[in-house]
Design a protein around this ligand. Structure first.
Ligand SMILES: Nc1ncnc2c1ncn2[C@@H]1O[C@H](COP(=O)(O)OP(=O)(O)OP(=O)(O)O)[C@@H](O)[C@H]1O
Length: 254
């Protein structure tokens, strides 16, 4: 009981709000994270080289959740370190490079955000051997990622339209049946209503269907928690774990 109260007091002090059962404790520091979870040495080195002295509140709670294999719906303000909050646990889950095609896909609403995520992911991957790709027009060919390619790639960062374009080719120029983690970044924007041919919702639905590995897990990160996308986003999620900001400084995991 005393541990439960301490864990909640810690969350309150950092304005972390969680919903869901058996939510693992937040970590107070990277040392705390390394003590409780087995993070590879390359990742510890890269966190240190990035100059990250202490996890941000979203990282304190989202990293342990995802390390426990929990699906998350997370909300935290812009610039609060959401990217590392999902990249770090994904790298731990993937363990080492494999030649089975993409095992993690991160979908961002804009090319700029995708490039930013790609850069953060690449620097956290240094020394791991993982192959990270950002989907650009030039690479959008079956030769790069299709069944006849080497399959030597692990993590894909993409906008929905680029990925759907590849999936829609006959035969599909990319296969997503090995995906273990599908992350929607800026998820509120991806679930925004729009004209039927340009809105993201249909594209996201196609991407969800293409990631047909029965073990695939979903994580949704956003700076705002609107009602519309929350109901669309979660039918496959047994847990809603995330963070929402009532004010810029508040974070909620639910
Ligand atoms: N623990 C940390 N300590 C210090 N800086 C960090 C930490 N985690 C991430 N950062 C840095 O903070 C900046 C913002 O991080 P990031 O882009 O992931 O935020 P975000 O929440 O995804 O923002 P956005 O909503 O704009 O995508 C980046 O430069 C990143 O390298």
């Amino acid at each position: 009981m005393i541990f439960f109260l301490q864990a909640n007091a810690f969350r309150n002090a950092h304005k972390i709000y969680v919903n869901g059962s058996d939510v693992p404790d937040a970590v107070a520091s990277f040392a705390d994270l390394y003590e409780h979870y087995n993070l590879p040495s390359y990742l510890r080195r890269n966190v240190a080289s990035a100059g990250y002295l202490k996890p941000t509140p979203i990282q304190m709670q989202a990293i342990p959740l995802m390390l426990h294999g929990r699906e998350v719906l997370a909300c935290a303000p812009t610039g609060s370190g959401k990217t590392a909050a999902f990249i770090i646990p994904i790298l731990v889950h993937l363990k080492e490079p494999a030649k089975v095609g993409f095992r993690a896909v991160i979908v961002s609403p804009t090319r700029e955000l995708a490039q930013q995520t790609y850069r953060e992911c690449s620097r956290l991957c240094v020394g791991s051997g993982f192959k990270v790709h950002v989907l650009t027009k030039a690479k959008a060919s079956a030769n790069s990622f299709g069944p006849s390619s080497s399959q030597r790639f692990d993590i894909l960062v993409t906008t929905p339209s680029r990925l759907v374009h590849m999936l829609s080719q006959e035969p599909p120029a990319i296969q997503l049946n090995s995906v273990e983690w599908l992350v929607l970044d800026e998820a509120d924007k991806l679930f925004e209503d729009g004209p039927s041919d340009s809105g993201f919702r249909n594209q996201v639905a196609q991407i969800y269907s293409a990631c047909d590995n029965p073990k695939v897990k979903h994580a949704l990160f956003s700076a705002t928690l609107g009602q519309g996308w929350r109901s669309s986003a979660t039918p496959t999620s047994p847990l809603q774990s995330g963070s929402s900001s009532a004010s810029r400084t508040q974070r909620r995991m639910q």
